[in-house]
Design a protein around this ligand. Sequence first.
Ligand SMILES: Cc1cc2nc3c(=O)[nH]c(=O)nc-3n(C[C@H](O)[C@H](O)[C@H](O)COP(=O)(O)OP(=O)(O)OC[C@H]3O[C@@H](n4cnc5c(N)ncnc54)[C@H](O)[C@@H]3O)c2cc1C
Length: 386
Amino acid sequence: MSGFPEVRVKPEYAEIQKWARDFATREVLPLAEKIDRSDEYPLELARKMGEYGLLGITIPQEYGGLGLDMTGAVIVGEELTKASLSAGFIMGVQNGLAGSVLALFGSDEQKSRFLPRLVKGEIICSYGLTEPGAGSDAAGISTRATKDGDSYVVNGSKIFITQGAVADLLVFFARTGTPEDGAAGITAFVVEKGTPGFRVGQRLEVMGARGTATAELVFEDCRIPASAMIGHAGDGFLIAMTILSKSRIGAAAASIGVAEAALDQAISYAKKRNIFDRPLAKYEAIRFMIADMATRTEAAKLLTYHAATVHDSGQEFMKEAAMAKYFASETAVWVAERAIQIHGGYGVSKTLPLERYLRDAKILDIVEGTSEVQRWILSRELLDGQ
Ligand SMILES: Cc1cc2nc3c(=O)[nH]c(=O)nc-3n(C[C@H](O)[C@H](O)[C@H](O)COP(=O)(O)OP(=O)(O)OC[C@H]3O[C@@H](n4cnc5c(N)ncnc54)[C@H](O)[C@@H]3O)c2cc1C
């Protein structure tokens, strides 16, 4: 660590930060390049993360989680992502997406059946909202669940699903009402691997967050019991948006992790690389670049920790989460690109992780709602409210 900027966490969180950093340094960092290059899902690492406690950060203790608040999740996510965004994604989907849907909206039976195994990493879980025809416009999904006696018959497909190719369990959203019902006709369900009519479709290779088994998931007359419903019929959109608002703070934390990793490398390289007669760090153009990178990273961090604090205080946090996610993900892209510039040719070579940071950062600008979607949310909150 260059030591700049260092997280100023409250004393009660310092221990959790150290705990996460120890794991990230020991278990994640040595694998980061291999995961990125091979694009293979690191199942063993996911299981280790579960054993260590990293997959249930905010899941209640009665189901085996740590029961921490969002600030705790931000601290852990930032530390993991500094080592590898792919590890951050594994935590984010297990804990922040699939796990949080089950913990907050699942029945007692669903919680006790799935959460303890999800938290330990014994089952890998996914969250399926996006479809080939509906991403930003989540209310426009067309996967259909039709009631038939005591069950639902599901048809349709989901795309870009993180951990989809390896998932044992999928929390997903389908239309139970008519298309005219819009958001009010969407319901959440859970389906297990091996259920007839449910299969992995195309495996998708993406530029960043590699090794996270991004895939298409297909339903063809897939019959699931009515007890697979999460919450009530018609609650699905509210569930999806509640969870996404929370997980945007997680995506912001991941973004600051990537930005900090790039900044640390840039500072250390600028100090040791000699150009003409002196270290790169003595040239004002480079010094100012690093000052700008650090300032933006710090601003992103403050927005992210502020969003987590507002969330944890029980107040409405949608605006803060959207601002943090929007600013932090764009900052990660900007900082990673500047860090490459400071490294010159080595920055674009695969011998160093700089180009990986840029590819990873770009993914963060897309997932959990693109920057345009965040600005759409913000402008709606700022301009169309009471
Ligand atoms: C690596 C990766 C992992 C993912 N993991 C998951 C997952 O686990 N589960 C899941 O459900 N989804 C997942 N996604 C999907 C992701 O959430 C969507 O890709 C994202 O929400 C954007 O949707 P889209 O790709 O359909 O783009 P579109 O919605 O088609 O957007 C296309 C463009 O239009 C812009 N746009 C959209 N709305 C507006 C507007 N109102 N005004 C102006 N411009 C607008 C967008 O910003 C974008 O630039 C993942 C995606 C990736 C790349």
